[in-house]
Design a protein around this ligand. Sequence first.
Ligand code: ZN
Length: 85
Amino acid sequence: MVKTLFKNENGSIHYGRNAPEGFIAATKEDVATAIANLGVMKLWRCTVCNDMHIGMEPPEECPTCGSIDAYVEINEQELKMVIGL
Ligand SMILES: [Zn+2]
């Protein structure tokens, strides 16, 4: 299944087959806006399924693979490469 982009009202972004609770469809422009306005948000990647997340904290349970505490912090270059920005 194809991974797509999601966002929530706090400006967090998720890239995966499934979205965390409360997220709606997003665009690459939303991702660019989030990266330009990170503030206290960080970039994260699921080490099991490679879902991407932008937010203060990663999802405790990955919405795509269901793994617990599987996210690690990544840099902007890695996130952009995977999402295709
Ligand atoms: Zn995952």
